[in-house]
Design a protein around this ligand. Structure first.
Ligand SMILES: [Zn+2]
Length: 401
């Protein structure tokens, strides 16, 4: 109870701080600044690097993490894992799950229908662009990677990324993004093909051409829309939905290029967003800002399955590395989303938690939503660890036949 009280108090503090920042994004300059207020000219961005200073069990506020510190087991025996596997991660900047349907986003809807889907993925808080994309490519929570600012930062991120792991193991990678600040996540030379351009159609063409001309096994593709239209015209407005449709069509062209090369059937698609939004902004600890779509589609993935276990941006890195048969130890806050596998057999222990349901009903009261979500996620993770422990014991038990 004391812990819960402390949690609530700290969350109120974080919530107040976040709201005071007035998250905003310039529609004209969406390649540079979006979300939380940029640092003043000449100021040094705030980049925390706590994990480099402390061992995990020394980390403060460990209760806030949505996943445990210890390294997760990674299963490498599922279908489509290993040398022939390919992964494409696609991030639609600012895409809300309720903007997806067969009329507005037919490509995404067909991938949902043919794959596994969680319509309430949980973006890290603050729900803004650079911090959440940092989690996607490192597999670290915001508290661990420490990238709190949402502005262009010199240099490169101070943690191992999926591109580092891919390069180390000779896996060819492509990096295609619409916003210049995301270049911080993959410096020049860290991917075999690296393109940054501000237009959705241009970046899709760059990606499609690279797929035709190179044998890329890991692709990270980012569409800057519908975030831009959300800031200029409002989330869920007609112009916003039109940009969802435009980015959806751009993705279809990239998938066509994969099909031409006959690699689509080997490719796991992980499609998500960095945040949602409301009115003309985002970054607040409320469901419409924090909930993002999380789609998995490809070999070994169940069709038509709705995922019920919590998913986070860190799971993108863990799932991608696991699928490629690469070490996922650097993505220690993420989990391979095994619930999406077609050979997944759920334990009898239910993973849903009443606190998560309660949290989803508390949108109008941000601190209550946050508290319930964090408490519910911790309880689910505790049960999941217990289940994993039982599973390990069973697999390690001697055979007495
Ligand atoms: Zn934005």
């Amino acid at each position: 109870m004391t812990r819960l009280l402390l949690s609530a108090l700290l969350i109120v503090a974080i919530s107040s701080c976040s709201q005071a920042e007035t998250p905003a994004c310039s529609a004209e300059d969406n390649t540079v600044l979006c979300g939380a207020s940029p640092s003043a000219p000449g100021a040094t961005p705030v980049i925390l690097n706590r994990s480099a200073e402390r061992s995990p069990d020394q980390m403060p506020m460990g209760w806030m993490r949505s996943t445990p510190y210890e390294q997760k087991p990674h299963v490498a025996s599922a279908a489509g894992v290993g040398d022939n596997a390919r992964v494409m991660i696609v991030s639609f900047d600012g895409l809300r799950p309720d903007a997806i349907n067969a009329d507005i986003a037919p490509t995404l809807q067909s991938l949902i229908d043919g794959g596994s889907y969680n319509p309430a993925g949980l973006a890290e808080i603050p729900a803004v662009t650079l911090p959440n994309h940092s989690s996607m490519v490192t597999g670290l929570s915001i508290l661990d990677h420490g990238v709190l600012v949402n502005a262009s930062i010199e240099g490169r991120i101070q943690h191992t990324t999926i591109f580092d792991v891919a390069k180390e193991h000779g896996v060819s990678a492509g990096f295609f993004v619409n916003k210049g600040k995301l270049g911080y996540l993959c410096a020049e030379g860290e991917a075999d093909v690296r393109r940054i351009t501000g237009d959705v159609d241009d970046i899709a063409n760059e990606c499609a051409n690279a797929i035709r001309e190179n044998d890329l096994r890991l692709i990270f593709l980012h569409f800057g829309e519908p975030d831009g239209a959300g800031h200029s015209q409002g989330w869920m407005s007609e112009p916003y939905l039109a940009q969802v449709t435009r980015a959806d069509a751009a993705l279809a062209r990239v998938l066509d290029a994969m099909a031409e090369r006959d690699v689509r059937k080997d490719t796991l698609l992980i499609i998500t967003a960095d945040h949602g939004g409301h009115d003309k902004t985002h970054g607040f600890p409320i469901p419409v800002d924090q909930h993002v779509p999380f789609i998995l589609n490809g070999p070994g993935i169940a069709a038509g399955r709705t995922l019920t276990e919590p998913v986070h941006p860190m799971d993108v890195a863990a799932t991608a590395l696991t699928r490629l048969g690469l070490p996922a130890t650097s993505a220690r806050d993420g989990r391979d989303v095994v619930e999406a596998r077609d050979d997944y057999s759920p334990d009898d222990t239910p993973m849903e938690d009443p606190m998560l349901l309660f949290g989803s009903l508390c949108g109008p009261v941000p601190w209550l939503f946050l508290t319930a979500t964090l408490v519910g996620t911790r309880r689910v993770n505790r049960r999941r660890r217990a289940r994993q422990g039982r599973s390990n014991l069973r697999s390690e038990a001697p055979n007495h036949q």
